[in-house]
Design a binder for this molecule. Structure first.
Ligand code: THG
Length: 366
């Protein structure tokens, strides 16, 4: 496939020079911005991520800043998670839903101050939803997309690399908590989070001009750790059950269907609560499931979702799949009807190569 031309509309990122120099082989577009898909190959990137440390340009995870006296009021309205329990230094993974419980996004919320939150968004125009709610109700908040670009440091050697650049204090950051740590003449929010199960951090780089100096110092200090520029890895994130909004889950899914009920515990009257509580009580009609697809490393790339059938009946869809070198099977994430979601159920998968078998699994691989 041909490349993608950056423009004001399809934006590059502050780290683009590093990404290009490292030899990104393909890009996807996410929040109208470029995101690398792989460097050497999905498999080679995966092996390196599980053994060493990688620096990811995830500037596409744009921040929506909600600031002002009504910030908490607005957060309570859009968050199925209990905002009143959120600690000062905490991050919350949370679904954001419409009035029917349909998922609009699944951001990570970061509490910057009592009257200031960032929503670190997945692919979608969440700013317009939040702005509409604020303007429509006359809330006293400012909503914008600040010049903040997350850079993820992921892999088993992430603690060591980050300690060399920001000091041993990074080792004290707990999962989904953050510290503000100095860099040059500024400081960054640094959280223990990221879209992999290999451990690591996300640095919220405030000010685009810090992007290259930061990237370069991480590369330099990590040379003997075999650091590389990388990106979220398709295989590893399927093994870990990390969902991709727009692919695995969409507005026609509730957070209960997405398997995210544990993040819907707010006592407040948040938007979508009625349907979400109903589904929590009665169970959903379909839900995200890990599946193993038969065969060897010969599946086509999953471009648009593959139907799952049981005989002549359609019972689900697989939106993400890949060959896993570590588990020596085709790992997949599907949305499967209740009638066929039990572990061990055999189903058929339809892709452009034809039809093959698949088995519903009990749990994700990592
Ligand atoms: N980091 C940041 N922003 C993001 C993402 C990210 N925005 C978009 C997208 N990724 C949101 N999706 C996820 C999905 C899963 C997780 C984080 C973001 C995740 N989940 C943990 C898990 O499943 O083990 C648990 C999270 C929790 O306990 O709250 O990490 O990656 N900044």
């Amino acid at each position: 496939m041909a490349g993608i031309v950056p423009s004001r509309r399809v934006r590059g990122t502050p780290f683009l020079a590093l990404v290009e120099a490292a030899g990104a082989k393909a890009f996807t577009v996410y929040n109208r911005m470029l995101l690398a898909s792989y460097y050497e190959s999905y498999e080679a990137d995966y092996k390196h991520l599980k053994e060493h440390v990688q620096i990811w340009d995830v500037a596409v995870q744009r921040q929506i800043s909600i600031k002002g006296p009504d910030a908490l009021r607005l957060m309570r309205q859009i968050s199925p998670r209990d905002m009143d329990r959120m600690a000062e230094d905490q991050c919350y993974y949370m679904p954001v839903c419409d009035h029917n419980g349909g998922m609009l996004n699944d951001p990570v919320a970061i509490k910057i101050a009592e009257d200031h939150y960032w929503l670190s968004i997945a692919d979608g125009d969440l700013l317009q939803w939040v702005l509409g709610l604020a303007v429509g109700q006359g809330f006293d908040v400012e909503i914008d997309e600040p010049d903040v670009s997350p850079l993820a440091v992921q892999g088993p050697k992430a603690d060591e690399l980050m300690a060399r650049v920001f000091g041993d204090i990074v080792r004290d950051i707990k999962f989904f908590r953050y510290k503000q740590l100095p860099f040059m003449d500024t400081k960054f929010v640094i959280a223990r989070s990221g879209w992999s199960k290999q451990g690591g951090f996300e640095i919220y780089v405030e000010g685009g001009h810090y992007g290259l100096p930061l990237g370069n110092i991480l590369l330099e200090r990590g040379r003997d750790l075999n650091v590389r520029i990388g990106c979220p890895n398709l295989i590893e994130r399927i093994e870990g059950g990390l969902l991709s909004y727009g692919s695995d889950i969409r507005r026609d899914n509730s957070p209960v269907e997405a398997g995210l009920s544990r993040f819907c515990n707010s006592p407040a009257e948040y938007i979508g609560k009625k349907e979400i509580e109903r589904q929590k009580l009665n169970g959903p009609n379909r839900q995200i499931r890990p599946l193993e697809i038969d065969g060897a490393d010969d599946l086509p790339h999953n471009e648009s979702g593959w139907d799952l059938t049981a005989g002549s009946r359609k019972v689900g869809l697989i939106a993400s799949s890949a060959w896993s070198p570590d588990f020596e099977t085709n790992v997949a994430i599907g949305m499967v009807d209740k009638s066929h979601w039990h572990p061990g159920t055999r189903l058929e998968v339809h892709n452009k190569h034809g039809i093959c078998g698949a088995t519903v699994r009990e749990s994700f691989w990592i």
